[in-house]
Design a protein around this ligand. Structure first.
Ligand code: ADP
Ligand code: MG
Length: 338
Protein backbone atom coordinates (compact mmCIF):
# COMPACT_ATOMS: atom_id res chain seq x y z
CA UNK A 1 0.00 0.00 0.00
CA UNK A 2 1.30 3.45 -0.88
CA UNK A 3 2.54 5.70 1.88
CA UNK A 4 -0.40 8.00 2.54
CA UNK A 5 1.02 9.95 5.43
CA UNK A 6 0.58 13.69 5.06
CA UNK A 7 1.83 16.31 7.47
CA UNK A 8 -0.83 18.62 8.87
CA UNK A 9 -0.14 22.07 10.23
CA UNK A 10 -2.60 24.34 11.95
CA UNK A 11 -1.44 27.89 12.66
CA UNK A 12 -3.27 30.38 14.84
CA UNK A 13 -6.68 28.90 14.15
CA UNK A 14 -9.68 30.69 15.59
CA UNK A 15 -13.22 29.55 14.87
CA UNK A 16 -16.74 29.86 16.21
CA UNK A 17 -20.37 30.21 15.31
CA UNK A 18 -21.55 33.77 14.88
CA UNK A 19 -20.25 35.91 17.73
CA UNK A 20 -17.72 34.52 20.15
CA UNK A 21 -14.97 32.00 19.61
CA UNK A 22 -15.13 28.29 20.30
CA UNK A 23 -11.49 27.69 19.31
CA UNK A 24 -8.82 30.27 20.14
CA UNK A 25 -5.49 30.49 18.33
CA UNK A 26 -4.89 26.76 18.00
CA UNK A 27 -1.49 25.84 16.58
CA UNK A 28 -0.20 22.33 16.15
CA UNK A 29 1.85 20.28 13.72
CA UNK A 30 1.06 16.63 13.06
CA UNK A 31 3.69 14.33 11.57
CA UNK A 32 2.97 12.21 8.50
CA UNK A 33 1.32 8.97 9.58
CA UNK A 34 0.86 10.12 13.14
CA UNK A 35 -2.22 9.27 15.19
CA UNK A 36 -3.28 12.20 17.32
CA UNK A 37 -6.04 11.95 19.88
CA UNK A 38 -7.97 15.14 20.32
CA UNK A 39 -9.25 15.09 23.85
CA UNK A 40 -11.43 17.44 25.84
CA UNK A 41 -14.69 17.78 27.72
CA UNK A 42 -17.97 17.75 25.85
CA UNK A 43 -18.63 21.04 24.07
CA UNK A 44 -14.99 22.19 24.01
CA UNK A 45 -14.86 22.34 20.20
CA UNK A 46 -13.43 18.98 19.12
CA UNK A 47 -16.02 18.37 16.41
CA UNK A 48 -15.73 21.99 15.31
CA UNK A 49 -11.99 21.54 14.77
CA UNK A 50 -12.58 18.40 12.68
CA UNK A 51 -15.18 20.22 10.59
CA UNK A 52 -12.75 23.06 9.99
CA UNK A 53 -10.07 20.58 8.87
CA UNK A 54 -12.53 18.84 6.55
CA UNK A 55 -13.54 22.17 5.02
CA UNK A 56 -17.10 21.96 6.36
CA UNK A 57 -16.75 25.01 8.58
CA UNK A 58 -14.98 28.27 7.78
CA UNK A 59 -12.50 29.43 10.45
CA UNK A 60 -12.46 33.08 11.55
CA UNK A 61 -8.70 33.23 11.10
CA UNK A 62 -5.64 31.03 10.89
CA UNK A 63 -4.01 28.77 8.37
CA UNK A 64 -4.37 25.06 7.65
CA UNK A 65 -1.68 23.28 5.66
CA UNK A 66 -1.70 19.74 4.31
CA UNK A 67 1.82 18.65 3.28
CA UNK A 68 2.93 22.26 3.48
CA UNK A 69 0.19 23.56 1.14
CA UNK A 70 -2.53 25.85 2.44
CA UNK A 71 -5.97 24.31 2.04
CA UNK A 72 -7.89 27.28 3.44
CA UNK A 73 -9.46 28.06 0.11
CA UNK A 74 -9.92 24.42 -0.91
CA UNK A 75 -13.59 23.32 -0.75
CA UNK A 76 -14.45 20.21 1.27
CA UNK A 77 -14.84 17.91 -1.75
CA UNK A 78 -11.34 18.76 -2.91
CA UNK A 79 -9.68 18.07 0.43
CA UNK A 80 -8.58 14.47 0.78
CA UNK A 81 -10.13 13.94 4.20
CA UNK A 82 -12.54 11.25 5.33
CA UNK A 83 -14.66 11.26 8.49
CA UNK A 84 -16.18 8.62 10.68
CA UNK A 85 -18.83 9.73 13.18
CA UNK A 86 -20.30 8.25 16.32
CA UNK A 87 -23.12 6.76 14.29
CA UNK A 88 -22.35 4.91 11.04
CA UNK A 89 -24.77 7.00 8.92
CA UNK A 90 -25.12 4.37 6.20
CA UNK A 91 -27.62 4.72 3.36
CA UNK A 92 -30.27 2.12 4.26
CA UNK A 93 -31.30 1.54 0.64
CA UNK A 94 -27.77 0.65 -0.47
CA UNK A 95 -25.92 -2.62 0.16
CA UNK A 96 -22.74 -2.65 2.22
CA UNK A 97 -20.70 -2.55 -1.02
CA UNK A 98 -22.89 0.28 -2.32
CA UNK A 99 -22.26 2.29 0.84
CA UNK A 100 -18.51 1.70 0.80
CA UNK A 101 -18.25 2.49 -2.93
CA UNK A 102 -20.50 5.56 -2.85
CA UNK A 103 -17.64 8.05 -2.73
CA UNK A 104 -15.81 6.29 -5.54
CA UNK A 105 -18.92 6.44 -7.70
CA UNK A 106 -19.22 10.17 -7.03
CA UNK A 107 -15.62 10.54 -8.14
CA UNK A 108 -16.38 8.55 -11.28
CA UNK A 109 -13.85 5.84 -10.53
CA UNK A 110 -14.26 3.14 -13.23
CA UNK A 111 -16.65 0.40 -12.07
CA UNK A 112 -14.19 -2.50 -12.18
CA UNK A 113 -11.56 -0.55 -10.26
CA UNK A 114 -14.12 0.65 -7.71
CA UNK A 115 -15.33 -2.92 -7.14
CA UNK A 116 -11.78 -4.03 -6.45
CA UNK A 117 -11.14 -1.14 -4.04
CA UNK A 118 -14.39 -1.83 -2.21
CA UNK A 119 -13.50 -5.50 -1.84
CA UNK A 120 -10.11 -4.56 -0.48
CA UNK A 121 -11.58 -2.06 2.00
CA UNK A 122 -14.07 -4.67 3.24
CA UNK A 123 -11.26 -7.15 3.66
CA UNK A 124 -9.31 -4.63 5.74
CA UNK A 125 -12.20 -4.29 8.21
CA UNK A 126 -12.80 -8.08 8.20
CA UNK A 127 -16.15 -7.85 6.40
CA UNK A 128 -15.40 -9.84 3.27
CA UNK A 129 -18.58 -11.76 2.52
CA UNK A 130 -20.83 -8.91 3.70
CA UNK A 131 -20.83 -6.94 0.43
CA UNK A 132 -24.46 -7.70 -0.43
CA UNK A 133 -25.95 -7.21 3.03
CA UNK A 134 -28.20 -4.29 3.88
CA UNK A 135 -27.25 -1.94 6.75
CA UNK A 136 -30.28 -3.21 8.73
CA UNK A 137 -28.73 -6.69 8.71
CA UNK A 138 -25.58 -5.55 10.52
CA UNK A 139 -24.71 -5.30 14.20
CA UNK A 140 -23.61 -1.93 15.57
CA UNK A 141 -19.95 -2.89 15.40
CA UNK A 142 -20.25 -4.21 11.85
CA UNK A 143 -22.04 -1.05 10.71
CA UNK A 144 -19.24 1.04 12.19
CA UNK A 145 -16.67 -1.11 10.38
CA UNK A 146 -18.54 -0.39 7.13
CA UNK A 147 -18.28 3.32 7.95
CA UNK A 148 -14.54 2.84 8.50
CA UNK A 149 -14.19 0.99 5.17
CA UNK A 150 -16.12 3.80 3.44
CA UNK A 151 -13.62 6.28 4.87
CA UNK A 152 -10.52 4.23 3.99
CA UNK A 153 -11.59 3.36 0.44
CA UNK A 154 -11.03 6.95 -0.72
CA UNK A 155 -7.37 6.79 0.37
CA UNK A 156 -7.62 9.99 2.44
CA UNK A 157 -4.61 12.12 3.34
CA UNK A 158 -6.22 12.77 6.70
CA UNK A 159 -8.59 10.44 8.52
CA UNK A 160 -10.90 12.16 11.00
CA UNK A 161 -12.63 9.99 13.60
CA UNK A 162 -15.19 11.81 15.74
CA UNK A 163 -15.88 9.69 18.86
CA UNK A 164 -16.40 6.75 16.50
CA UNK A 165 -16.85 4.04 19.12
CA UNK A 166 -18.55 5.84 21.98
CA UNK A 167 -21.92 4.25 21.14
CA UNK A 168 -20.47 0.70 21.30
CA UNK A 169 -20.07 -1.38 24.42
CA UNK A 170 -16.64 -1.69 26.00
CA UNK A 171 -15.61 -5.10 24.59
CA UNK A 172 -16.45 -4.05 21.07
CA UNK A 173 -14.81 -0.69 21.60
CA UNK A 174 -11.52 -2.36 22.49
CA UNK A 175 -11.73 -4.55 19.37
CA UNK A 176 -12.45 -1.50 17.19
CA UNK A 177 -9.57 0.46 18.74
CA UNK A 178 -7.20 -2.35 17.87
CA UNK A 179 -8.53 -2.48 14.33
CA UNK A 180 -8.10 1.27 13.87
CA UNK A 181 -4.62 1.21 15.35
CA UNK A 182 -3.55 -1.71 13.16
CA UNK A 183 -4.97 -0.24 9.94
CA UNK A 184 -3.66 3.19 10.73
CA UNK A 185 -0.14 1.81 11.20
CA UNK A 186 -0.36 -0.46 8.18
CA UNK A 187 -1.68 2.28 5.87
CA UNK A 188 0.35 5.05 7.54
CA UNK A 189 -2.63 7.42 7.38
CA UNK A 190 -2.36 10.66 9.33
CA UNK A 191 -5.27 10.39 11.74
CA UNK A 192 -7.07 12.54 14.27
CA UNK A 193 -9.16 10.56 16.73
CA UNK A 194 -11.58 12.60 18.82
CA UNK A 195 -12.57 11.25 22.20
CA UNK A 196 -13.59 12.57 25.60
CA UNK A 197 -12.16 9.41 27.20
CA UNK A 198 -8.58 9.87 28.41
CA UNK A 199 -7.94 6.12 28.63
CA UNK A 200 -8.96 5.67 25.00
CA UNK A 201 -6.80 8.64 24.01
CA UNK A 202 -3.80 7.22 25.85
CA UNK A 203 -4.30 3.73 24.43
CA UNK A 204 -4.39 4.90 20.83
CA UNK A 205 -2.40 8.03 20.38
CA UNK A 206 1.17 8.85 19.45
CA UNK A 207 0.35 12.26 20.87
CA UNK A 208 -2.65 13.70 22.64
CA UNK A 209 -3.92 17.23 22.06
CA UNK A 210 -5.95 18.36 25.04
CA UNK A 211 -8.45 21.14 24.34
CA UNK A 212 -9.58 23.13 27.37
CA UNK A 213 -11.52 26.36 27.23
CA UNK A 214 -11.06 26.64 23.47
CA UNK A 215 -7.30 26.42 23.68
CA UNK A 216 -4.81 23.65 23.10
CA UNK A 217 -3.74 23.19 26.71
CA UNK A 218 -1.07 20.56 25.99
CA UNK A 219 0.08 18.58 22.97
CA UNK A 220 2.38 15.73 23.97
CA UNK A 221 2.82 11.93 24.12
CA UNK A 222 0.28 10.32 26.49
CA UNK A 223 2.81 9.61 29.22
CA UNK A 224 3.64 13.28 29.70
CA UNK A 225 0.11 14.03 30.87
CA UNK A 226 0.81 11.67 33.75
CA UNK A 227 4.35 12.87 34.47
CA UNK A 228 4.51 16.52 33.42
CA UNK A 229 1.12 18.21 33.06
CA UNK A 230 1.53 21.68 31.54
CA UNK A 231 -0.95 23.48 33.78
CA UNK A 232 -3.06 22.78 36.88
CA UNK A 233 -6.10 22.51 34.57
CA UNK A 234 -4.41 19.81 32.51
CA UNK A 235 -3.44 18.04 35.73
CA UNK A 236 -7.01 18.15 37.01
CA UNK A 237 -8.35 16.76 33.72
CA UNK A 238 -5.91 13.85 33.94
CA UNK A 239 -6.90 12.91 37.46
CA UNK A 240 -4.15 14.60 39.48
CA UNK A 241 -5.25 15.87 42.88
CA UNK A 242 -4.73 19.61 42.81
CA UNK A 243 -3.75 21.32 46.05
CA UNK A 244 -3.38 25.02 46.74
CA UNK A 245 -0.15 25.81 48.57
CA UNK A 246 1.11 29.11 49.99
CA UNK A 247 3.40 29.62 46.98
CA UNK A 248 1.29 28.23 44.15
CA UNK A 249 -0.47 25.04 43.18
CA UNK A 250 0.68 21.46 43.55
CA UNK A 251 -0.62 18.42 41.73
CA UNK A 252 -0.35 14.99 43.27
CA UNK A 253 -0.59 11.76 41.29
CA UNK A 254 -2.96 9.74 43.51
CA UNK A 255 -1.98 6.27 42.24
CA UNK A 256 1.55 6.83 43.57
CA UNK A 257 0.50 7.85 47.05
CA UNK A 258 0.44 5.68 50.16
CA UNK A 259 -1.79 6.74 53.01
CA UNK A 260 -0.10 5.86 56.31
CA UNK A 261 -0.22 6.51 59.96
CA UNK A 262 1.69 9.64 60.89
CA UNK A 263 4.08 7.71 63.11
CA UNK A 264 4.85 4.91 60.59
CA UNK A 265 8.43 4.78 59.37
CA UNK A 266 8.69 6.64 56.04
CA UNK A 267 7.99 4.34 53.13
CA UNK A 268 9.59 6.54 50.50
CA UNK A 269 10.93 10.05 50.32
CA UNK A 270 8.03 12.40 50.55
CA UNK A 271 8.87 15.90 49.33
CA UNK A 272 7.45 17.77 51.12
CA UNK A 273 5.66 15.47 53.53
CA UNK A 274 1.94 16.01 53.51
CA UNK A 275 -0.05 15.46 56.66
CA UNK A 276 -3.72 15.51 57.28
CA UNK A 277 -6.76 13.97 58.87
CA UNK A 278 -8.93 11.22 57.45
CA UNK A 279 -12.42 12.51 56.75
CA UNK A 280 -13.93 9.49 55.05
CA UNK A 281 -12.95 6.00 53.97
CA UNK A 282 -14.66 3.92 51.29
CA UNK A 283 -13.80 0.27 50.74
CA UNK A 284 -13.75 -0.44 46.98
CA UNK A 285 -12.75 -4.09 47.35
CA UNK A 286 -9.03 -4.26 46.60
CA UNK A 287 -8.60 -0.54 46.86
CA UNK A 288 -9.52 2.01 49.46
CA UNK A 289 -10.68 5.54 48.77
CA UNK A 290 -9.67 8.10 51.37
CA UNK A 291 -10.83 11.68 51.63
CA UNK A 292 -8.18 13.58 53.55
CA UNK A 293 -8.21 17.09 54.93
CA UNK A 294 -4.68 18.45 54.64
CA UNK A 295 -2.99 20.33 57.45
CA UNK A 296 -2.27 23.09 54.99
CA UNK A 297 -5.96 23.30 54.10
CA UNK A 298 -8.01 21.69 51.34
CA UNK A 299 -9.36 18.21 50.79
CA UNK A 300 -7.86 15.56 48.54
CA UNK A 301 -9.05 12.16 47.52
CA UNK A 302 -6.64 9.23 47.24
CA UNK A 303 -7.54 5.78 46.01
CA UNK A 304 -4.83 3.24 46.70
CA UNK A 305 -4.27 -0.43 47.28
CA UNK A 306 -4.81 -1.60 50.79
CA UNK A 307 -1.22 -2.24 51.87
CA UNK A 308 0.09 -4.09 54.83
CA UNK A 309 1.57 -1.71 57.36
CA UNK A 310 5.26 -2.33 57.98
CA UNK A 311 5.27 -0.31 61.21
CA UNK A 312 3.87 -1.18 64.57
CA UNK A 313 1.07 1.31 64.31
CA UNK A 314 -1.60 0.17 61.88
CA UNK A 315 -3.61 2.90 60.23
CA UNK A 316 -6.93 3.38 61.97
CA UNK A 317 -9.26 3.56 59.00
CA UNK A 318 -11.63 5.86 60.76
CA UNK A 319 -12.59 9.46 60.27
CA UNK A 320 -10.48 11.67 62.46
CA UNK A 321 -7.33 9.51 62.23
CA UNK A 322 -4.12 11.49 61.61
CA UNK A 323 -2.38 10.38 58.41
CA UNK A 324 0.71 11.10 56.39
CA UNK A 325 0.93 10.85 52.61
CA UNK A 326 4.03 9.05 51.34
CA UNK A 327 4.94 9.30 47.70
CA UNK A 328 7.97 9.39 45.41
CA UNK A 329 9.16 12.81 44.20
CA UNK A 330 7.77 12.11 40.72
CA UNK A 331 4.23 12.03 42.16
CA UNK A 332 4.27 15.76 42.88
CA UNK A 333 4.39 18.59 40.35
CA UNK A 334 4.49 22.16 41.57
CA UNK A 335 3.23 25.21 39.69
CA UNK A 336 4.70 28.30 41.37
CA UNK A 337 2.35 31.28 41.68
CA UNK A 338 3.13 33.87 39.05
P1 ADP B 1 -17.36 18.86 21.11
O1 ADP B 1 -17.28 18.10 19.83
O2 ADP B 1 -16.02 19.06 21.76
O3 ADP B 1 -18.34 18.30 22.07
P2 ADP B 1 -18.47 20.95 19.42
O4 ADP B 1 -17.37 21.33 18.50
O5 ADP B 1 -19.54 20.08 18.86
O6 ADP B 1 -17.86 20.36 20.77
O7 ADP B 1 -19.17 22.26 19.95
C1 ADP B 1 -18.44 23.31 20.55
C2 ADP B 1 -19.38 24.43 20.92
O8 ADP B 1 -19.96 24.99 19.75
C3 ADP B 1 -20.55 23.98 21.78
O9 ADP B 1 -20.80 24.97 22.73
C4 ADP B 1 -21.70 23.87 20.80
O10 ADP B 1 -22.92 24.15 21.45
C5 ADP B 1 -21.37 24.94 19.79
N1 ADP B 1 -21.84 24.58 18.43
C6 ADP B 1 -21.57 23.44 17.78
N2 ADP B 1 -22.14 23.44 16.55
C7 ADP B 1 -22.80 24.61 16.44
C8 ADP B 1 -23.58 25.23 15.41
N3 ADP B 1 -23.79 24.62 14.24
N4 ADP B 1 -24.09 26.45 15.66
C9 ADP B 1 -23.89 27.08 16.83
N5 ADP B 1 -23.15 26.56 17.84
C10 ADP B 1 -22.61 25.35 17.66
MG1 MG C 1 -18.26 16.38 19.25
Amino acid sequence: MADRGTSIRIEGLTAGYGRGHILESISLAIEPGELVSLLGPSGCGKSTLLRVLAGLHQPTSGEILFAGQSVNRLPAEQRRTAMVFQRPLLFPWLSVAGNVGFGLKMRRVPVAQARQQVAEALRMVHLEGYADRRPTELSGGQAQRVALARALVTAPELLLLDEPFSALDENLREEMRQLVRQLQRQLHITTIFVTHDQTEAALLADRIGLLLGGRLAQFAPPRQFFTAPATPEVARFFGWQVIETPDGISALRPELVQVRHQTSPPFSASVPPLRGTLRSVADLGLRIRYAIELETGGMIEITCLETAEDGQTPLRRQPGAPVRLDFPPSALVHFPAR
